[in-house]
Design a protein. Structure first.
Length: 305
């Protein structure tokens, strides 16, 4: 009787790690690093391409007017501040007057949008009334309505009220919740607030106004900040509406005043226009710089991701 002993199966694999697998991982790591570098270079190139017109305008604001279109690229030779000093006093009023006019319009538009759009958004999000869905759909459809469709009827109304050449046509519509985008943004935000807070406030004796002012409004800070920033940027750069309703040069806003530097019949003051354009961009840059955190938070918490 013979017995066979089981011998362990032997393989030809080495005891250490597989060199082929290590090579593949190494090549994969090198490939991902190269692709990451190429991707960042492409993004940097696209960013420089997008910001080049702004850089060119900034450099041109320090060039004499007769050399702006003769000097290639961003090369700056013998910089001068004459465009800034001349452009500030080149028009009928100092350029500071136009900045103040734009500030008045922007402040009124911000107050109007925050007050009216927040109230309309609370009504759509919390109140139950007949035809709410229909009116909400009509409000959303108004976002797709071009301003050119309503500009003639609006102008006739404001002209009959003798409000043309005043700031009222630029500010009053904001108090009527005409910016449906901000209403929709706030509605999405309010719907994310638990209704249990409303019930608790109602038990404590609050009505709808108390719930809105004491519960909902303090929690809407991100959405309100987003509304403020967007309203500032859009109103500050609004050229079309101000051009229609403002006829006196002393009431021009900044975009209309910048247009006054161009003259098709005589020489245009490009240097002064570029200089004052840089000055007018500073408030927008500062508002976006300091409000960027609230802007991102407001958009990310309203469902518009």
């Amino acid at each position: 009787m013979t017995s066979t002993l089981a011998t362990p199966r032997t393989t030809d694999r080495p005891a250490g790690p597989d060199p082929h697998r290590i090579g593949r991982r190494r090549r994969r790591g090198v490939g991902s690093t190269v692709w990451s570098v190429v991707k960042h270079l492409i993004l940097i190139g696209c960013s420089l391409l997008m910001i080049y017109p702004l850089l060119w305008m900034l450099v041109s604001s320090f060039r004499p007017t007769n050399t702006i279109f003769r000097t290639p690229g961003l090369w700056l030779h013998n910089p001068t501040l004459a465009n800034y000093t001349h452009g500030w006093h080149a028009l009928t009023s100092p350029f500071g007057q136009y900045l103040i006019n734009s500030g008045i319009v922007v402040l009124g538009a911000i107050l109007g949008n925050v007050a009216s759009c927040s109230l309309a958004a609370y009504a759509f999000a919390r109140l139950r009334f007949r035809g709410r869905t229909l009116w909400f759909a009509i409000m959303l459809l108004s976002i797709m309505l071009p301003i050119h469709v309503v500009v003639v009827p609006q102008y006739i109304i404001f002209n009959n009220l003798d409000w043309v050449n005043t700031f009222i046509p630029l500010i009053l519509p904001k108090f009527l919740a005409t910016d449906a985008f901000f209403v929709f943004l706030m509605v999405q935000f309010i719907r994310g607030i638990p209704k249990d807070l409303d019930e608790a406030a109602r038990i404590d004796g609050c009505g709808h106004w108390g719930i809105f002012t004491r519960v909902v409004l303090p929690l809407m800070v991100p959405a309100i900040a987003t509304t403020v920033i967007f309203t500032f940027i859009w109103t500050w750069g609004d050229f079309f509406t101000a051009l229609i309703y403002l006829t006196s040069p002393d009431k021009y806003t900044t975009p209309v005043a910048l247009r006054s530097f161009l003259d098709s019949t005589s020489g245009s003051d490009w240097g002064a226009m570029f200089a004052m354009s840089i000055v007018s961009l500073l408030p927008v840059f500062l508002v976006f710089l300091f409000g960027q955190r609230y802007l991102i938070k407001g958009i990310s918490t309203t469902g518009i991701k």
